[in-house]
Design a protein around this ligand. Structure first.
Ligand SMILES: [Fe+2]
Length: 428
């Protein structure tokens, strides 16, 4: 296991200043390039589409080979394919060798679990992606976005098939204006469009930007050619508690720090067999932590049922934890007293107190109790799993985070919650 080189931890007072510096310089809608032959994502995509039976040798002309009504299916398949081990290896290497140094990030970093692959056709003028920001989609302030076109869109005439973007400074100003004036989608398209510029990139280059840069197609693709691109996000551990709704392990996956770790992990077989240990699987639902507080138990239950069906696990009954009791007595009872496995919503539904939490997890591992964490698709079945789970919780600074885990806190949501500040202070 690699020891993370821990640069001197940024002092609490300076942490926002350091993040602000990074966001407004290196990550402010800057295009970076690299040797494409080392990470040929565009060729990989082209080959996958060919593998689906379509004849083409240039992604710019995909609309001539793939029938319109099959494009959505192709897009979804490509998104799913980005989780294939061979793609993941190339991507992780790319993140370590290009994004981390060029973006001046520090390890450990986590990467979005599924890439977004997008196909923008020249034949569907009514379909284009309106302007937006990551914050408005529930992403946290410290998350970083990468937009990578697989077709060359550097020419001026390719403007409408590229992506349009605005500086972080201008974006902050205009988003506030849009909120204050309650602008419609059309008004925003007008206002943001005027200030936007075309990202000029192609295979071997990408735009790095923040969750505050306004971006989008903003207009129909009238170039006559298709654009295929991929976008995804990365996050640094140092700001692991500034990721809004996109919490680590569910949305973000920690990637190995080195190629050697990558090899070791690849050698580990998937252990679905271990889940069948003869014990009943019992559902556990609760609203006792920041990230489960607002998730109704019937929605948690849907996720648990879906997970069990996918994994062919039988399930028995359900226990609910006692609201207000942050020591989660029901969970403790299941772990310490029952001979069962536990199916629960998330690792972020575990107790926030680290020593108590570790005691429960270690007891479960010792007693052969498997705990399934559905949202993250993580399972506690052995000591290695325990290490992985602890790494994710540490990444998110669970229990000592500066903002509640799983809640977006922009200036606007702060105002939103402040509505109740007065009555809450008087309550009880
Ligand atoms: Fe976006």
């Amino acid at each position: 296991m690699t020891e993370h080189v821990r640069e001197k931890l940024v002092a609490a007072n300076d942490i926002d200043a350091a993040l602000e510096e990074s966001l407004t310089t290196v990550w402010d809608a800057k295009v970076y390039s690299w040797d494409n032959s080392k990470y040929p994502f565009n060729e990989w995509m082209l080959n996958r589409i060919r593998g689906m039976g379509y004849k083409l040798d240039d992604l710019s002309y995909l609309h001539e080979s793939v029938p319109l009504n099959e494009t959505y299916k192709v897009t979804k398949q490509l998104c799913a394919d980005t989780n294939l081990p061979e793609f993941r290896r190339m991507l992780n290497r790319f993140v370590r060798e290009v994004i981390v140094p060029q973006g001046k990030l520090r390890l450990p970093v986590a990467v979005q679990r599924f890439m977004n692959v997008r196909i923008m056709l020249p034949t569907t003028p009514e379909l284009f992606f309106p302007f937006h920001t990551g914050l408005l989609y529930g992403h946290g302030i410290a998350s970083r976005s990468i937009w990578m076109p697989f077709c060359d869109v550097t020419a001026d005439e390719d403007r409408s098939r590229s992506m349009q973007i605005l500086s972080i400074k201008k974006s902050r100003e205009l988003i506030q204006q849009a909120i204050d004036k309650r602008l419609s989608m059309d008004e925003m398209t007008q206002l943001f469009g005027k200030e936007s510029w075309q990202i000029k990139a192609g295979p071997g280059s990408a735009c790095f930007f923040t969750q505050e840069n306004i971006h989008g197609s903003g207009r129909p693709n009238t170039s006559g050619k298709t654009r295929v691109s991929m976008d995804f996000r990365v996050a640094e551990g140092i700001y692991g508690d500034y990721l809004g709704r996109k919490i680590p392990a569910g949305y973000f996956h920690l990637i190995p720090d080195t190629e050697e770790e990558e090899e070791t992990l690849a050698a580990h077989p998937r252990r679905a067999d271990a889940f069948f240990n003869g014990k009943n699987n019992i559902f556990y639902v609760a609203n006792n932590t920041a990230s489960t507080y607002g998730i109704p138990v019937h929605l948690q239950r849907y996720m648990l049922i879906d997970y069990c069906n996918k994994n062919k696990l039988e399930f028995d009954y359900e226990l609910f934890d006692l609201e207000d009791m942050t020591h989660l007595p029901t969970l403790r009872y299941l772990v310490e007293n029952r001979e069962c496995n536990i199916v629960m919503y998330s690792i972020f539904a575990l107790p926030e107190d680290a020593s108590y939490r570790n005691r429960l997890l270690e007891t479960a591992a010792k007693r052969g109790t498997i705990i399934h964490f559905v949202n993250e698709d993580l399972q506690l079945a052995n000591a290695d799993d325990l290490t992985t789970i602890k790494k994710y919780l540490e990444f998110a600074k669970y229990g000592k985070s500066r903002l509640p885990i799983g809640l977006p806190l922009t200036g606007a949501s702060k105002l939103f919650f402040d509505k109740w500040a007065g009555s809450l202070a008087q309550y009880g």
